[in-house]
Write a protein of this length. Structure first.
Length: 536
Protein backbone atom coordinates (compact mmCIF):
# COMPACT_ATOMS: atom_id res chain seq x y z
CA UNK A 1 0.00 0.00 0.00
CA UNK A 2 1.38 3.36 -0.99
CA UNK A 3 0.89 6.46 1.12
CA UNK A 4 1.60 10.09 0.51
CA UNK A 5 2.08 12.70 3.19
CA UNK A 6 1.21 16.30 2.42
CA UNK A 7 3.16 18.36 4.90
CA UNK A 8 2.73 22.01 5.72
CA UNK A 9 0.97 24.47 7.97
CA UNK A 10 -2.70 23.76 7.28
CA UNK A 11 -5.71 25.55 8.75
CA UNK A 12 -9.04 23.87 9.46
CA UNK A 13 -12.14 25.80 8.46
CA UNK A 14 -10.40 28.90 7.09
CA UNK A 15 -12.50 31.43 5.21
CA UNK A 16 -11.00 33.87 2.73
CA UNK A 17 -8.94 36.67 4.24
CA UNK A 18 -10.74 39.97 4.62
CA UNK A 19 -9.22 43.42 4.36
CA UNK A 20 -8.23 43.35 8.03
CA UNK A 21 -5.97 40.32 7.48
CA UNK A 22 -7.62 38.02 10.02
CA UNK A 23 -8.00 34.32 9.41
CA UNK A 24 -10.73 32.30 11.15
CA UNK A 25 -9.91 28.79 12.33
CA UNK A 26 -12.36 26.13 13.55
CA UNK A 27 -10.77 24.76 16.72
CA UNK A 28 -13.01 21.81 17.62
CA UNK A 29 -12.44 18.81 15.34
CA UNK A 30 -15.47 16.66 16.19
CA UNK A 31 -17.68 15.49 13.33
CA UNK A 32 -20.93 16.11 15.21
CA UNK A 33 -23.26 19.09 14.84
CA UNK A 34 -23.43 19.57 18.59
CA UNK A 35 -22.58 22.68 20.58
CA UNK A 36 -19.21 24.26 21.32
CA UNK A 37 -19.34 27.64 23.06
CA UNK A 38 -18.30 29.75 26.09
CA UNK A 39 -14.57 30.12 25.50
CA UNK A 40 -11.47 31.32 27.36
CA UNK A 41 -7.84 31.66 26.21
CA UNK A 42 -4.40 32.57 27.61
CA UNK A 43 -0.99 33.20 26.01
CA UNK A 44 2.32 31.83 27.26
CA UNK A 45 4.46 34.75 28.56
CA UNK A 46 7.60 32.85 27.46
CA UNK A 47 6.36 31.88 23.98
CA UNK A 48 4.24 34.46 22.17
CA UNK A 49 2.97 31.89 19.65
CA UNK A 50 1.70 29.43 22.29
CA UNK A 51 -1.95 30.01 23.21
CA UNK A 52 -4.16 27.56 25.12
CA UNK A 53 -7.97 27.67 25.08
CA UNK A 54 -10.95 25.84 26.52
CA UNK A 55 -14.69 25.88 25.91
CA UNK A 56 -18.01 24.26 26.79
CA UNK A 57 -18.55 21.19 24.59
CA UNK A 58 -21.66 19.06 23.93
CA UNK A 59 -20.19 16.56 21.44
CA UNK A 60 -20.92 13.52 23.63
CA UNK A 61 -24.08 14.89 25.23
CA UNK A 62 -24.92 17.56 27.73
CA UNK A 63 -22.03 19.82 28.84
CA UNK A 64 -18.40 18.82 28.98
CA UNK A 65 -15.34 21.10 28.58
CA UNK A 66 -12.91 20.83 25.68
CA UNK A 67 -9.41 22.27 25.25
CA UNK A 68 -6.71 22.78 22.62
CA UNK A 69 -3.31 24.43 22.18
CA UNK A 70 -1.63 26.32 19.36
CA UNK A 71 2.09 26.85 18.75
CA UNK A 72 1.79 29.17 15.76
CA UNK A 73 -0.32 32.03 17.07
CA UNK A 74 -3.72 30.44 16.47
CA UNK A 75 -3.24 29.17 12.92
CA UNK A 76 -3.32 25.47 13.83
CA UNK A 77 -4.53 23.74 17.00
CA UNK A 78 -3.44 20.47 18.61
CA UNK A 79 -4.33 18.27 21.62
CA UNK A 80 -8.01 19.00 20.98
CA UNK A 81 -10.02 16.83 23.38
CA UNK A 82 -12.11 16.89 26.59
CA UNK A 83 -11.13 17.20 30.24
CA UNK A 84 -12.17 14.26 32.44
CA UNK A 85 -13.70 15.00 35.86
CA UNK A 86 -15.29 11.88 37.42
CA UNK A 87 -17.08 13.38 40.44
CA UNK A 88 -20.11 14.76 38.58
CA UNK A 89 -21.86 14.02 35.29
CA UNK A 90 -21.49 17.42 33.66
CA UNK A 91 -18.83 20.12 33.29
CA UNK A 92 -19.29 23.78 32.39
CA UNK A 93 -18.10 27.41 32.80
CA UNK A 94 -14.46 26.98 31.67
CA UNK A 95 -11.74 29.41 32.76
CA UNK A 96 -8.05 29.67 31.84
CA UNK A 97 -4.92 31.39 33.17
CA UNK A 98 -1.13 31.02 32.97
CA UNK A 99 1.79 31.70 35.32
CA UNK A 100 5.01 33.60 34.55
CA UNK A 101 6.82 30.33 33.70
CA UNK A 102 4.29 29.26 31.08
CA UNK A 103 2.34 26.74 33.14
CA UNK A 104 -1.33 26.84 32.19
CA UNK A 105 -4.22 26.34 34.61
CA UNK A 106 -7.77 25.52 33.58
CA UNK A 107 -10.82 25.54 35.84
CA UNK A 108 -14.22 23.93 35.30
CA UNK A 109 -17.53 23.80 37.16
CA UNK A 110 -18.85 20.25 37.65
CA UNK A 111 -22.41 19.43 38.64
CA UNK A 112 -25.36 17.04 38.41
CA UNK A 113 -28.12 19.60 38.96
CA UNK A 114 -28.38 23.32 39.76
CA UNK A 115 -30.46 22.36 42.80
CA UNK A 116 -27.70 20.19 44.29
CA UNK A 117 -24.22 21.01 45.66
CA UNK A 118 -21.40 20.90 43.11
CA UNK A 119 -17.71 21.69 42.77
CA UNK A 120 -14.82 23.43 41.00
CA UNK A 121 -11.73 21.60 39.74
CA UNK A 122 -8.40 22.87 38.39
CA UNK A 123 -6.05 21.22 35.88
CA UNK A 124 -2.40 22.12 35.24
CA UNK A 125 -0.40 21.78 32.02
CA UNK A 126 3.39 22.02 32.17
CA UNK A 127 3.94 21.28 28.46
CA UNK A 128 2.20 24.26 26.85
CA UNK A 129 -1.29 22.76 26.82
CA UNK A 130 -0.52 19.38 25.25
CA UNK A 131 -1.28 17.30 28.36
CA UNK A 132 -3.01 18.03 31.66
CA UNK A 133 -2.82 16.88 35.26
CA UNK A 134 -5.57 15.05 37.07
CA UNK A 135 -8.22 17.42 38.47
CA UNK A 136 -7.37 19.24 41.72
CA UNK A 137 -10.29 20.19 43.94
CA UNK A 138 -10.88 23.89 44.58
CA UNK A 139 -14.20 23.60 46.43
CA UNK A 140 -16.63 20.70 46.43
CA UNK A 141 -19.98 19.53 47.79
CA UNK A 142 -20.68 22.41 50.17
CA UNK A 143 -24.13 21.71 51.68
CA UNK A 144 -27.09 23.83 50.56
CA UNK A 145 -25.22 25.91 47.98
CA UNK A 146 -24.63 25.94 44.24
CA UNK A 147 -21.33 27.39 42.99
CA UNK A 148 -21.62 29.31 39.70
CA UNK A 149 -19.72 31.49 37.22
CA UNK A 150 -16.14 30.97 38.42
CA UNK A 151 -13.10 32.65 36.85
CA UNK A 152 -9.41 32.16 37.63
CA UNK A 153 -6.37 34.48 37.64
CA UNK A 154 -2.66 34.04 38.40
CA UNK A 155 -0.09 36.47 39.83
CA UNK A 156 2.58 36.82 37.09
CA UNK A 157 4.25 39.80 38.76
CA UNK A 158 7.41 40.08 40.84
CA UNK A 159 5.36 40.56 44.01
CA UNK A 160 5.70 38.31 47.09
CA UNK A 161 2.49 36.60 45.86
CA UNK A 162 4.01 35.53 42.55
CA UNK A 163 2.48 32.27 41.36
CA UNK A 164 -0.65 32.51 43.51
CA UNK A 165 -3.86 31.31 41.88
CA UNK A 166 -7.12 33.11 42.61
CA UNK A 167 -10.69 31.98 41.96
CA UNK A 168 -13.80 34.13 42.38
CA UNK A 169 -17.40 33.02 41.86
CA UNK A 170 -21.06 33.50 42.77
CA UNK A 171 -22.21 31.19 45.56
CA UNK A 172 -25.97 30.68 45.64
CA UNK A 173 -26.67 30.11 49.33
CA UNK A 174 -29.71 27.88 49.82
CA UNK A 175 -29.73 27.87 46.00
CA UNK A 176 -30.64 31.56 45.94
CA UNK A 177 -29.32 34.90 47.29
CA UNK A 178 -25.91 34.83 45.54
CA UNK A 179 -22.77 36.24 47.18
CA UNK A 180 -19.26 36.71 45.75
CA UNK A 181 -16.86 34.14 47.17
CA UNK A 182 -13.10 33.91 46.78
CA UNK A 183 -10.29 31.44 47.43
CA UNK A 184 -6.56 31.28 46.69
CA UNK A 185 -3.85 28.68 46.23
CA UNK A 186 -0.13 29.15 46.89
CA UNK A 187 0.90 25.70 45.62
CA UNK A 188 -0.29 25.53 41.98
CA UNK A 189 -3.80 24.45 42.86
CA UNK A 190 -3.01 21.45 45.05
CA UNK A 191 -4.63 23.11 48.08
CA UNK A 192 -6.97 26.06 48.52
CA UNK A 193 -7.88 28.36 51.39
CA UNK A 194 -11.27 28.35 53.05
CA UNK A 195 -13.55 30.42 50.77
CA UNK A 196 -14.47 33.89 52.00
CA UNK A 197 -17.43 36.14 51.14
CA UNK A 198 -16.03 39.41 49.70
CA UNK A 199 -19.26 41.15 48.59
CA UNK A 200 -20.54 43.69 51.11
CA UNK A 201 -24.12 43.36 49.82
CA UNK A 202 -25.34 39.95 48.72
CA UNK A 203 -28.16 38.96 46.40
CA UNK A 204 -28.84 40.10 42.85
CA UNK A 205 -25.28 39.70 41.57
CA UNK A 206 -23.30 37.56 39.11
CA UNK A 207 -20.10 37.19 37.07
CA UNK A 208 -17.20 37.87 39.49
CA UNK A 209 -14.02 38.39 37.41
CA UNK A 210 -10.56 38.46 39.10
CA UNK A 211 -7.41 40.25 37.90
CA UNK A 212 -3.96 40.91 39.39
CA UNK A 213 -2.03 44.21 39.58
CA UNK A 214 1.75 44.77 39.35
CA UNK A 215 2.28 44.86 43.12
CA UNK A 216 0.23 41.69 43.61
CA UNK A 217 -3.06 43.52 44.22
CA UNK A 218 -6.05 41.27 43.63
CA UNK A 219 -9.13 42.82 42.06
CA UNK A 220 -12.55 41.17 41.75
CA UNK A 221 -15.36 42.91 39.89
CA UNK A 222 -18.94 41.73 39.35
CA UNK A 223 -22.31 42.99 38.16
CA UNK A 224 -25.44 43.60 40.26
CA UNK A 225 -28.93 44.46 39.11
CA UNK A 226 -27.91 48.09 38.64
CA UNK A 227 -24.12 48.45 39.04
CA UNK A 228 -20.71 47.01 38.30
CA UNK A 229 -18.92 46.70 41.66
CA UNK A 230 -15.27 46.00 42.53
CA UNK A 231 -13.27 45.02 45.59
CA UNK A 232 -9.51 44.88 46.14
CA UNK A 233 -7.04 42.94 48.25
CA UNK A 234 -3.56 44.29 48.99
CA UNK A 235 -2.35 41.18 50.85
CA UNK A 236 -2.58 38.47 48.22
CA UNK A 237 -6.24 37.66 48.70
CA UNK A 238 -6.08 37.11 52.47
CA UNK A 239 -8.66 39.86 53.01
CA UNK A 240 -10.55 42.44 50.98
CA UNK A 241 -11.70 46.02 51.53
CA UNK A 242 -14.91 47.88 50.82
CA UNK A 243 -16.83 47.39 47.59
CA UNK A 244 -16.79 50.35 45.22
CA UNK A 245 -18.93 51.25 42.24
CA UNK A 246 -17.28 51.07 38.82
CA UNK A 247 -20.30 52.12 36.73
CA UNK A 248 -24.08 52.07 36.86
CA UNK A 249 -25.81 49.83 34.32
CA UNK A 250 -29.39 49.56 33.12
CA UNK A 251 -29.68 45.89 34.11
CA UNK A 252 -27.58 42.85 34.91
CA UNK A 253 -29.18 40.59 32.27
CA UNK A 254 -30.86 41.26 28.97
CA UNK A 255 -31.75 39.26 25.85
CA UNK A 256 -30.72 39.96 22.26
CA UNK A 257 -31.79 38.29 19.01
CA UNK A 258 -34.94 37.16 20.80
CA UNK A 259 -33.49 34.74 23.35
CA UNK A 260 -29.69 35.07 23.59
CA UNK A 261 -28.89 35.90 27.21
CA UNK A 262 -26.24 38.58 27.75
CA UNK A 263 -24.84 40.04 30.98
CA UNK A 264 -23.43 43.49 31.71
CA UNK A 265 -20.46 41.74 33.31
CA UNK A 266 -17.07 43.43 33.83
CA UNK A 267 -14.41 42.30 31.36
CA UNK A 268 -11.49 43.17 33.63
CA UNK A 269 -7.69 43.31 33.38
CA UNK A 270 -4.74 45.28 34.79
CA UNK A 271 -1.66 46.71 33.07
CA UNK A 272 1.40 44.91 34.50
CA UNK A 273 3.67 45.81 31.56
CA UNK A 274 5.90 48.16 33.56
CA UNK A 275 5.23 50.90 31.01
CA UNK A 276 3.69 54.35 31.24
CA UNK A 277 0.31 53.02 32.35
CA UNK A 278 1.52 50.34 34.75
CA UNK A 279 -1.12 49.49 37.42
CA UNK A 280 -4.05 51.03 35.49
CA UNK A 281 -7.19 48.90 35.88
CA UNK A 282 -9.42 48.52 32.81
CA UNK A 283 -13.02 47.39 32.44
CA UNK A 284 -15.15 46.87 29.32
CA UNK A 285 -18.85 46.15 29.64
CA UNK A 286 -22.15 46.07 27.78
CA UNK A 287 -24.91 48.54 28.58
CA UNK A 288 -27.84 50.23 26.86
CA UNK A 289 -26.97 52.83 24.25
CA UNK A 290 -29.07 55.91 23.64
CA UNK A 291 -31.33 53.87 21.31
CA UNK A 292 -31.93 51.19 23.94
CA UNK A 293 -29.79 48.64 22.09
CA UNK A 294 -26.61 47.40 23.78
CA UNK A 295 -23.30 49.14 23.12
CA UNK A 296 -19.73 48.46 24.26
CA UNK A 297 -18.35 50.78 26.94
CA UNK A 298 -14.97 51.23 28.60
CA UNK A 299 -13.83 52.75 31.88
CA UNK A 300 -10.50 52.84 33.70
CA UNK A 301 -9.04 53.48 37.13
CA UNK A 302 -5.63 55.11 37.59
CA UNK A 303 -5.69 54.78 41.40
CA UNK A 304 -6.01 51.02 41.91
CA UNK A 305 -9.78 50.83 41.61
CA UNK A 306 -10.71 53.67 43.96
CA UNK A 307 -12.17 56.01 41.32
CA UNK A 308 -13.22 55.38 37.73
CA UNK A 309 -13.35 57.47 34.57
CA UNK A 310 -16.53 58.36 32.74
CA UNK A 311 -17.60 55.64 30.37
CA UNK A 312 -16.53 55.77 26.70
CA UNK A 313 -18.44 54.07 23.87
CA UNK A 314 -15.87 51.97 21.99
CA UNK A 315 -17.93 50.43 19.18
CA UNK A 316 -17.47 52.97 16.40
CA UNK A 317 -20.53 52.26 14.26
CA UNK A 318 -23.07 55.14 14.07
CA UNK A 319 -25.04 55.62 17.30
CA UNK A 320 -28.82 55.14 17.46
CA UNK A 321 -28.78 52.54 14.68
CA UNK A 322 -30.67 49.81 16.59
CA UNK A 323 -27.77 47.34 16.42
CA UNK A 324 -26.61 44.87 19.10
CA UNK A 325 -23.10 44.81 20.53
CA UNK A 326 -22.56 42.28 23.32
CA UNK A 327 -20.31 39.63 24.94
CA UNK A 328 -17.09 41.66 25.46
CA UNK A 329 -13.79 40.34 26.74
CA UNK A 330 -10.67 42.41 27.48
CA UNK A 331 -6.95 41.76 27.87
CA UNK A 332 -3.83 43.90 28.30
CA UNK A 333 -0.70 42.57 26.60
CA UNK A 334 2.94 42.84 27.65
CA UNK A 335 3.31 46.10 25.69
CA UNK A 336 0.38 47.74 27.50
CA UNK A 337 -2.00 47.58 24.51
CA UNK A 338 -5.66 47.02 25.44
CA UNK A 339 -7.66 44.63 23.23
CA UNK A 340 -11.45 44.24 23.52
CA UNK A 341 -13.47 41.79 21.42
CA UNK A 342 -17.27 41.72 21.16
CA UNK A 343 -20.14 40.48 19.00
CA UNK A 344 -21.50 43.12 16.62
CA UNK A 345 -24.35 43.09 14.05
CA UNK A 346 -23.47 46.37 12.30
CA UNK A 347 -23.09 44.62 8.93
CA UNK A 348 -26.74 43.52 8.89
CA UNK A 349 -29.32 46.34 8.91
CA UNK A 350 -31.85 43.77 10.13
CA UNK A 351 -29.69 43.19 13.25
CA UNK A 352 -29.70 39.40 12.82
CA UNK A 353 -26.36 38.32 11.38
CA UNK A 354 -23.37 38.84 13.67
CA UNK A 355 -19.60 39.34 13.45
CA UNK A 356 -16.83 39.53 16.02
CA UNK A 357 -15.10 42.93 16.23
CA UNK A 358 -11.89 44.11 17.89
CA UNK A 359 -11.22 47.49 19.52
CA UNK A 360 -7.67 48.40 20.60
CA UNK A 361 -6.03 51.25 22.48
CA UNK A 362 -2.32 51.93 22.96
CA UNK A 363 -2.76 54.92 25.30
CA UNK A 364 -4.67 53.43 28.25
CA UNK A 365 -8.05 53.96 26.63
CA UNK A 366 -7.67 57.69 26.02
CA UNK A 367 -8.15 57.05 22.30
CA UNK A 368 -9.14 53.96 20.32
CA UNK A 369 -8.02 52.67 16.96
CA UNK A 370 -10.78 52.05 14.40
CA UNK A 371 -12.73 48.87 15.14
CA UNK A 372 -11.54 45.86 13.16
CA UNK A 373 -13.80 43.14 11.84
CA UNK A 374 -12.33 39.83 13.04
CA UNK A 375 -14.70 37.39 11.37
CA UNK A 376 -14.56 36.79 7.63
CA UNK A 377 -18.19 35.61 7.46
CA UNK A 378 -21.27 36.97 9.23
CA UNK A 379 -23.42 34.30 10.90
CA UNK A 380 -26.76 33.79 12.64
CA UNK A 381 -26.06 33.00 16.29
CA UNK A 382 -29.49 31.39 16.73
CA UNK A 383 -28.53 28.63 14.27
CA UNK A 384 -27.72 25.15 15.49
CA UNK A 385 -29.07 25.60 19.00
CA UNK A 386 -30.78 22.23 19.22
CA UNK A 387 -30.97 20.92 22.77
CA UNK A 388 -27.97 18.62 23.19
CA UNK A 389 -29.09 16.97 26.41
CA UNK A 390 -29.25 13.21 26.84
CA UNK A 391 -32.12 13.72 29.29
CA UNK A 392 -34.32 15.51 26.76
CA UNK A 393 -32.84 15.25 23.26
CA UNK A 394 -36.09 16.36 21.60
CA UNK A 395 -36.49 19.68 23.36
CA UNK A 396 -37.32 22.34 20.73
CA UNK A 397 -34.46 24.14 19.01
CA UNK A 398 -35.77 27.60 19.95
CA UNK A 399 -35.51 26.79 23.65
CA UNK A 400 -31.75 26.63 23.35
CA UNK A 401 -31.14 29.56 21.01
CA UNK A 402 -30.00 31.73 23.89
CA UNK A 403 -27.25 29.39 24.98
CA UNK A 404 -24.38 30.43 22.72
CA UNK A 405 -22.31 30.72 25.88
CA UNK A 406 -22.32 33.82 28.03
CA UNK A 407 -18.75 34.95 27.30
CA UNK A 408 -15.93 34.71 24.75
CA UNK A 409 -12.19 35.19 25.22
CA UNK A 410 -9.13 37.03 23.92
CA UNK A 411 -5.40 36.92 24.64
CA UNK A 412 -2.48 38.84 23.13
CA UNK A 413 1.28 39.27 23.40
CA UNK A 414 1.26 42.47 21.31
CA UNK A 415 -1.13 44.58 19.26
CA UNK A 416 -0.40 42.50 16.15
CA UNK A 417 -0.49 39.12 17.89
CA UNK A 418 -3.98 38.99 19.34
CA UNK A 419 -6.06 35.79 19.28
CA UNK A 420 -9.80 36.02 20.00
CA UNK A 421 -11.78 32.81 20.59
CA UNK A 422 -15.54 32.75 20.20
CA UNK A 423 -18.69 30.87 19.15
CA UNK A 424 -19.30 30.81 15.38
CA UNK A 425 -22.29 29.30 13.52
CA UNK A 426 -21.18 29.72 9.90
CA UNK A 427 -21.48 25.94 9.42
CA UNK A 428 -25.06 25.89 10.70
CA UNK A 429 -24.20 24.84 14.25
CA UNK A 430 -22.19 26.23 17.15
CA UNK A 431 -18.44 25.75 16.82
CA UNK A 432 -15.47 27.20 18.67
CA UNK A 433 -13.42 29.42 16.36
CA UNK A 434 -10.18 31.28 16.88
CA UNK A 435 -8.88 34.20 14.84
CA UNK A 436 -5.29 35.16 14.12
CA UNK A 437 -3.66 38.11 12.41
CA UNK A 438 -1.94 37.41 9.10
CA UNK A 439 0.85 38.21 8.66
CA UNK A 440 2.07 37.91 12.22
CA UNK A 441 3.56 40.99 13.86
CA UNK A 442 7.29 41.64 13.41
CA UNK A 443 8.40 40.21 16.75
CA UNK A 444 6.31 37.08 16.34
CA UNK A 445 7.45 36.58 12.74
CA UNK A 446 11.09 36.68 13.85
CA UNK A 447 10.43 34.20 16.63
CA UNK A 448 8.47 31.86 14.40
CA UNK A 449 11.22 31.67 11.81
CA UNK A 450 13.98 30.70 14.20
CA UNK A 451 13.06 27.02 14.02
CA UNK A 452 11.54 27.09 10.55
CA UNK A 453 11.38 23.67 8.87
CA UNK A 454 10.93 23.00 5.15
CA UNK A 455 9.83 19.56 3.97
CA UNK A 456 10.49 17.69 0.77
CA UNK A 457 9.62 16.06 -1.45
CA UNK A 458 6.09 17.31 -1.20
CA UNK A 459 3.79 15.52 -1.83
CA UNK A 460 5.54 12.50 -0.33
CA UNK A 461 4.88 9.44 -2.48
CA UNK A 462 7.69 7.14 -1.45
CA UNK A 463 11.18 7.02 0.07
CA UNK A 464 12.51 9.19 2.85
CA UNK A 465 11.49 12.73 3.72
CA UNK A 466 14.05 15.52 4.04
CA UNK A 467 13.68 18.08 6.82
CA UNK A 468 15.54 21.28 6.07
CA UNK A 469 15.98 23.08 9.40
CA UNK A 470 17.13 26.62 10.04
CA UNK A 471 18.42 26.26 13.62
CA UNK A 472 18.49 29.54 15.52
CA UNK A 473 20.83 28.53 18.32
CA UNK A 474 23.22 25.65 18.92
CA UNK A 475 21.60 23.04 21.11
CA UNK A 476 19.24 20.12 21.43
CA UNK A 477 16.77 19.54 18.58
CA UNK A 478 13.83 17.15 18.76
CA UNK A 479 11.14 16.16 16.28
CA UNK A 480 8.09 14.46 17.83
CA UNK A 481 5.04 12.97 16.15
CA UNK A 482 1.53 13.50 17.60
CA UNK A 483 -1.82 12.14 16.49
CA UNK A 484 -4.93 14.29 16.09
CA UNK A 485 -5.85 13.85 19.76
CA UNK A 486 -2.50 15.21 20.90
CA UNK A 487 -1.03 11.84 21.93
CA UNK A 488 2.73 11.56 21.46
CA UNK A 489 3.39 8.81 18.91
CA UNK A 490 7.14 8.90 19.42
CA UNK A 491 10.29 10.88 18.77
CA UNK A 492 11.44 10.87 15.15
CA UNK A 493 14.71 12.68 15.75
CA UNK A 494 16.70 13.94 18.75
CA UNK A 495 20.19 15.34 18.88
CA UNK A 496 22.42 18.39 19.19
CA UNK A 497 22.84 20.64 16.18
CA UNK A 498 24.92 23.76 15.66
CA UNK A 499 23.24 27.00 14.69
CA UNK A 500 22.67 27.19 10.95
CA UNK A 501 20.99 25.17 8.22
CA UNK A 502 20.77 21.37 8.37
CA UNK A 503 19.15 18.60 6.37
CA UNK A 504 17.80 15.58 8.26
CA UNK A 505 16.61 12.51 6.38
CA UNK A 506 13.80 10.50 8.01
CA UNK A 507 12.11 7.28 6.99
CA UNK A 508 8.35 7.09 7.24
CA UNK A 509 7.18 5.22 10.38
CA UNK A 510 5.84 1.84 9.33
CA UNK A 511 2.78 2.00 11.58
CA UNK A 512 1.43 5.34 10.31
CA UNK A 513 -2.15 4.92 9.14
CA UNK A 514 -4.36 7.32 7.23
CA UNK A 515 -5.31 10.40 9.23
CA UNK A 516 -4.14 13.70 10.63
CA UNK A 517 -0.82 14.04 12.48
CA UNK A 518 1.38 16.82 13.80
CA UNK A 519 5.15 17.23 13.91
CA UNK A 520 6.54 19.29 16.76
CA UNK A 521 10.02 20.75 16.32
CA UNK A 522 11.79 21.97 19.46
CA UNK A 523 14.97 23.99 19.74
CA UNK A 524 15.58 25.17 23.30
CA UNK A 525 12.49 27.00 24.55
CA UNK A 526 11.06 27.46 21.07
CA UNK A 527 8.75 25.06 19.29
CA UNK A 528 6.92 24.88 15.98
CA UNK A 529 4.00 22.67 14.98
CA UNK A 530 3.25 21.44 11.43
CA UNK A 531 0.19 19.51 10.38
CA UNK A 532 0.40 16.27 8.36
CA UNK A 533 -2.43 14.67 6.42
CA UNK A 534 -1.72 11.01 5.57
CA UNK A 535 -3.72 9.43 2.76
CA UNK A 536 -3.41 6.37 0.56
Amino acid sequence: MKMKIIIGIALAGIAALDAQLFINVRVNTDATTQIQNEQQISVNPLDSLNFVANWRDFRIGYRQVGHAATFDGGRTWVAETLYVEPTYNWDSDPGMTVDKDGKFFAIILSFNSTSEPNGYFVYESTDKGLTWSLPRTVVNNVPNVFEDKEFIACDRTASPNQGNLYVAWARFVNFSSPAVYFTRSTDRGFSWTQPINISDVNGGLQFPVPAVGPAGQVYVAWVTNSQIRIDRSTNGGVSFGTDRTVQNVASMLRYVKGSISTFSFPALDVDISGGSYNSYVYCAFMDDGTDGYPDMFFTRSTDQGVTWSSRVRINDDPPNNNIDQFHPWLCVDKTGCISVVFYDSRNDPQNILTDLYLAQSTDAGATWLPNVRVTTTSFDLTAGSIFADAIDPNRPRADRAGLIGEYNGVAASSRNNVVPIYTDTRSGNQDTYAAARSPVGNAETSEARQNFAIFGPNPWHRGPVRLNLNVAETGYISVDLFDAQGRNMGCLYAGNLAAGRHCIVLDRPADMTDGVYFLRFKNGDRSEIHKLVVTK
